[in-house]
Design a protein around this ligand. Structure first.
Ligand code: ZN
Length: 489
């Protein structure tokens, strides 16, 4: 199977041709959410980025197994193994079972992902469903000599690992610097070095989420689940691992160390990271009051929002930037995206009614080639969109008879738009249809009222003409007991 796709590999820090290990199969693992709060704007970006990659790989003919985990245990408040488990803390605050918290926020996440038209992954494994596998993985790391047990907890020995393997190769961090920056915190005195990280933590008596193990009643460290579940479902070496840039360190760096220590080699061939979303130039944080959930974005109920934005507007907004660039969220940017999306969708509707000519004055094959080139260039969605807007210009010019297209080229252009706008960018025209539907309802009410007034004045010929003309337009009026109903033919 041939492809021209190049992807930026965070590990080599350059674009590399994408050559899957076992074509036509592709293994794709993406770090999913820790489900302890409503899905927010930050969740939308990785979901849409890897949905774009997933859709494009499938379009190229690959059979993709897309695994996205659900973190439901072990993610402590601070990435350096301190603080309360995020889910347990929420359970305490909301008086729920931890697994009720998980279900509640997973439902919210999945509902919003559906609204954003992201395809479901092939497998969504949960950390708590893979405790035995995680314990087995820890055992092999201990056997290889890269982990040690202290008081029922097991830690990864970063210093020992770094003597054989290059720790920090993904994030570019070096141990000496790490040593200087890691704070000396209470409860960390079990570790040989402050930069060591937990594979298994002994649970304190009040800790709710706990499982028996050879070391203690406890729970797995956050980084472990991804090493375990990725290799379980995709094999010890697999094609692509994705996630947000903020996960490069410590999460992905620790994953590389764990997998390499246990299996003797790196598991991941291409590391892909999406950049972050800022809000009016600031990082999103509850403390800054700019924390916007997807529910709020879609219903407009947040002090920072001037209006509600449709899921497709948000999707379009995110796709307007390359996934490795930052995006700054603002009302102005979202409103511009809304206009852009409407323009694109309107053109796809106009496309269906274009009249063919005997010759073409614009080159559609070239447009199609440029669309593929953009996607092949590390999923360059902004360039793809600018090519599609060139297509919009063609459509409008042909519609205004300023340019001409043959029937074959109109069909090809339709194909380009269906493929790239709907199948690959994953946009839908629900938004525009919903708007049209509302408009139609309003217009029909006006027409029916006017006909009723004509009838009241006994102007039968006018009321009959309205009925006949609507019928010609494909709309049937039916007199019922308390008024008039209408339906499409
Ligand atoms: Zn992960």
């Amino acid at each position: 199977m041939q492809n021209n796709l190049a992807l930026y590999n965070s590990l080599s820090r350059k674009k590399e041709p994408f050559k899957p290990l076992h074509p036509p199969f592709v293994g794709l693992y993406v770090c999913g959410p820790t489900v302890y709060s409503d899905a927010h704007l930050g969740h939308a970006r990785p979901a849409i980025t890897f949905d774009l990659l997933y859709r494009y790989l499938m379009h190229l003919g690959y059979r993709v197994r897309y695994v996205r985990n659900v973190t439901d245990v072990g993610h402590l408040e601070n990435d350096a193994d301190e603080g309360e488990d995020k889910i347990q803390k929420k359970a305490r605050l909301e008086h729920l079972e931890p697994m009720e918290v998980v279900q509640k926020y997973l439902n919210n996440f999945l509902k919003n992902m559906e609204k954003l038209n992201t395809l479901h992954p092939s497998i969504e494994p949960r950390a708590s469903g893979h405790i035995i596998e995680q314990q087995e993985f820890i055992k092999s790391i201990i056997e290889k000599g890269y982990a040690y047990e202290v008081n029922g907890s097991v830690y990864f020995d970063v210093l020992k690992y770094s003597q054989k393997y290059p720790y920090g190769k993904l994030s570019g961090r070096v141990l000496e610097e790490l040593q200087a920056t890691v704070r000396d915190l209470e409860g960390q005195d079990e570790k040989r070095n402050l930069f060591d990280f937990a594979l298994w933590k002994k649970a304190a008596p009040e800790h709710l989420m706990r499982w028996p193990s050879p070391w203690s009643d406890g729970f797995p460290g956050w980084h472990l689940e991804c090493s375990v579940m990725s290799t379980k479902y995709l094999g010890n070496i697999f094609d692509i691992h994705g996630g947000g840039m903020d996960l490069q360190f410590p999460h992905h760096e620790c994953e590389i160390a764990q997998s390499t220590a246990a299996l003797g080699k790196e598991s991941v061939r291409y590391w892909i990271h999406n950049n972050m979303i800022t809000i009016n130039g600031q990082k999103m944080a509850r403390s800054l009051g700019n924390y916007i959930t997807l529910d709020q974005l879609f219903n407009g109920e947040h002090p920072l929002l001037q209006q509600k934005y449709s899921p497709m507007t948000v999707r379009f907004f995110i796709l307007q930037a390359h996934y490795r660039s930052t995006i700054d969220f603002s009302n102005e940017a979202l409103q511009a995206a809304e206009k852009g999306l409407q323009k694109l969708l309107k053109a796809t509707a106009t496309l269906k009614n274009l009249r063919p000519s005997s010759e073409s004055t614009v080159d559609i094959k070239n447009l199609q080639a440029k669309c593929y080139e953009a996607m092949d260039d590390d999923l360059n969605s902004p360039v793809l969109l600018s090519n599609l807007f060139e297509g919009v210009k063609y459509i409008n010019s042909v519609n205004d008879s300023a340019e001409k297209l043959t029937a074959g080229d109109i069909e090809l252009l339709g194909n380009v738009f269906r493929t790239f706008v709907f199948d690959i960018l994953g946009l839908t025209d629900e938004g525009i249809n919903a708007g049209d539907e509302k408009l139609t309802e309003g217009l029909m009410k006006i027409i029916i009222d006017l006909r009723q007034e004509a009838k009241n004045r006994k102007e039968w010929s006018t009321s009959d003409k309205i009925r006949e003309d609507l019928k010609k337009a494909g709309i049937i009026l039916r007199d019922v007991k308390d008024g008039v109903e209408w339906e499409r033919e």
